[in-house]
Design a protein around this ligand. Structure first.
Ligand SMILES: Cc1ncc(COP(=O)(O)O)c(C=O)c1O
Length: 179
């Protein structure tokens, strides 16, 4: 295979605003034919305009077969994780390499409160920024949590606190009434 290149898969969306699987397959085959390595597929669980959820199970399988990174933007639809009735719409999400969730959307938190999650925690190492004045050797040796190695931001607000408090105060059932 030729030198690995970053490749952007532009896929059609079918009439339900979901990724058109046959078009995605054709784009991947074309990349293969061109000797290009596809860097990532980005699917959406809850598009901004239509709320559409891409066929995650099928896309996950296509990505796994070719060893392509799969990211799912679940900023909008990720709150279905709390829903017993609609949770199945997110089937396949658990297999994604990375996921974004916005708690300031359907989790009803104040702006901003979002998360970038990785299936394999070792991949956080890729975004680690090592600076002597930020990463204390003592903290690292002692295992003191330091989010500077898990975030692109340096100064971090304690966003998780409001999410935790909201869920504790309302309970899953109350939050789910809206989903
Ligand atoms: C699907 C989706 N992804 C990402 C975003 C970006 O959201 P934010 O900039 O609030 O994190 C939005 C915003 O509406 C969205 O609908």
């Amino acid at each position: 295979m030729a030198a690995t290149v970053a490749y952007c898969v532009c896929y059609l969306r079918c009439s339900f605003s979901r990724i058109d699987l046959s078009d995605l397959a054709a784009k991947l085959a074309q990349a293969d034919a061109n000797g290009e390595q596809v860097l990532a597929i980005v699917a959406t669980a809850g598009t901004t305009d239509a709320g559409a959820i891409d066929p995650l199970v099928e896309i996950t399988a296509m990505a796994a077969e070719r060893n392509i990174w799969l990211h799912v933007d679940a900023a909008w639809g990720g709150a279905l994780l709390l829903s017993e009735k609609y949770l199945h719409y997110l089937d396949g999400l658990e297999l994604a390499d990375s996921v974004t969730l916005d708690f300031h959307k359907q989790f009803f938190q104040t702006i901003s409160c979002g998360a970038f999650l990785l299936k394999d925690a070792r991949h956080y190492e890729l975004m680690r920024y090592q600076a002597a004045y930020l990463n204390s050797g003592f903290d690292e040796e002692q295992g003191v949590p330091n989010l500077v190695s898990k975030s692109l931001q340096t100064t971090r607000r304690f966003d998780a606190l409001k999410l935790w408090m909201g869920l504790e105060a309302l309970g899953k059932k109350t939050v789910c009434r809206n989903h």
